[in-house]
Design a protein around this ligand. Structure first.
Ligand code: HAM
Length: 420
């Protein structure tokens, strides 16, 4: 151990567990790649104002959780707490929306940072794979994204997750609802903090986790009953399209998200085996965000799935991903000449695309075979002086234990045919 440890709220991804993380990222990205989403990568930090304006001045993310700092040059930056504002900023900056092909569909994968109280499933450095469809108002687009996330989770073998769906209305109907909710909240016996919140962001109060507050909220007006006709029709169509795709969901009229940019469709993927940090993913429509950050009107929708929590969900369900062994062939040289010959073979195998590894460090046969076993390789190549004198190497099938001598020049072809 060194003097240093990973900072509080962070952890290192190390083999073999890191392979599961990569596989989860891949599995979430695969349906997106297959549906017209192009890969985008943006910086790990942005101008702090982007998040203040985009995510919302009064959100926990902006007021409490942002890693904001001033650079030596005097710029006010923040480590990105989420991806949507950055992706939209980048799309606008590159004028992707003017290329005439709306919606602009993008996917991303990366690290995000929130100064939260760490606990299982909640970290200060975490990982998301996300998707954003920018510049189209079409219920089929909202449905597409929900269906693709469902497909990603199912392809991983997850079963015990639920999709919670709500509509947060638009700039026409939400203010009316907001005022009605505020009226209701003013009549309750709430602590000072909550009262203040109900003045700034009353919808967030619905999300209060405390039982005492939830009890008082029984009978609170629901946005569902205030939706304007446009929002109602839109939401109904999203519901119908998802249902037709065979994806089940639950209507959750109290679902409020922790970011202020949402309008209309909002959803969360929750997993029942994760305790309090049950949201494995979330997203929704953000029709006003572009204008909030100085762009043109570009109605958009997207989601982000948490990689860390998805891995925890797999563990909770006892799902073991079928990960292919990373090494197919492991070479064990006995003596100097064998080192040269087998090292050359390993290089050749790698060139033809066979995953191969080598016993480094001049180990004896016993130690080297231990490494071969641990590598998970299906085949081992062993060669000593006597083998090379006969122009052969020993090819051992680690599954059956069967061993045959193969001509040095036939090794690559033989392994290619055996490994298909
Ligand atoms: P979010 O709900 O804040 O949405 O985050 C999405 C997912 O990231 C969560 O469901 C969770 O799995 C994971 N996550 C968030 N915070 C943490 C944490 N501290 N530790 C571990 N995992 C975490 C967004 O970020 C939006 N940008 C989603 C979106 C995209 N909306 C529209 N487009």
């Amino acid at each position: 151990m060194s003097t240093f440890k990973a900072p509080k709220g962070t952890y290192d991804l190390i083999p073999p567990d890191s392979a599961t993380y990569l596989a989860v990222r891949e599995a979430i990205a695969a349906p997106l790649r297959n549906s017209g989403y192009g890969y985008i990568e943006t910086p790990g930090f942005e101008n702090v104002e982007l998040f203040a304006r985009g995510v919302g001045e009064s959100t926990d993310i902006v007021t409490k959780e942002m890693y904001a700092f001033e650079t030596k040059g005097g710029d006010r930056l923040a480590l990105r707490p989420e991806g949507t504002a950055s992706v939209l900023r980048a799309a606008l900056e590159a004028n992707l929306h003017k290329a005439g092909n709306l919606p602009v569909k993008l996917w991303y994968s990366g690290s995000y940072y929130r100064y939260e109280r760490p606990q299982k499933g909640r970290y200060r450095h975490f990982s998301q794979v996300g998707a954003e469809a920018i510049g189209a108002e079409d219920p089929a687009l909202d449905a597409e994204l929900i269906i693709l996330a469902d497909q990603a989770y199912r392809s991983l073998g997850l079963r015990n997750f639920r999709i919670l769906l709500n509509s947060l209305g638009d700039k026409e109907c939400r203010p009316v609802y907001r005022a009605a909710l505020q009226d209701f909240l003013r009549g309750l016996d709430l602590d000072e903090d909550t009262l203040r919140r109900s003045e700034i962001n009353p919808l967030r109060v619905l999300d209060d986790k405390r039982d005492a507050v939830q009890k008082q909220l029984v009978g609170a007006p629901l946005l569902r009953d205030y939706l304007c006709d446009g929002c109602k029709t839109y939401h109904e169509e999203v519901r119908e399209l998802i249902t037709a795709a065979g994806v089940s969901f639950e209507d959750d009229p109290k679902l409020v998200r922790g970011l202020d940019y949402y309008t209309r469709t909002t959803f969360e993927f929750v997993h029942d085996g994760l305790g309090s940090q049950s949201a494995v993913g979330g997203g929704g429509r953000y029709d006003g965000l572009s204008e909030m950050i100085g762009g043109p009107a570009l109605p958009s929708v997207g989601w982000a799935l948490g990689v860390d929590r998805t891995v925890l969900a797999l563990e909770a369900e006892g799902v073991e991903l079928a990960l292919p062994a990373s090494t197919s062939v492991f070479a064990v040289p006995l003596g100097e000449e064998a080192r040269r010959v087998l090292f050359a073979k390993v290089t050749e195998l790698r060139k033809v695309g066979i995953a191969a590894d080598f016993s480094f460090g001049g180990k004896g046969l016993k130690g080297a075979m231990k490494n071969a076993n641990r590598s998970g390789a299906r085949y081992t190549l062993v060669a000593g002086e006597r083998d090379l004198a006969e122009g052969v190497v020993q090819l051992k099938d680690m599954e059956s234990g069967e061993q045959v001598a193969i001509g040095v020049n036939e090794v690559v072809a033989e392994l290619e045919s055996r490994l298909g």
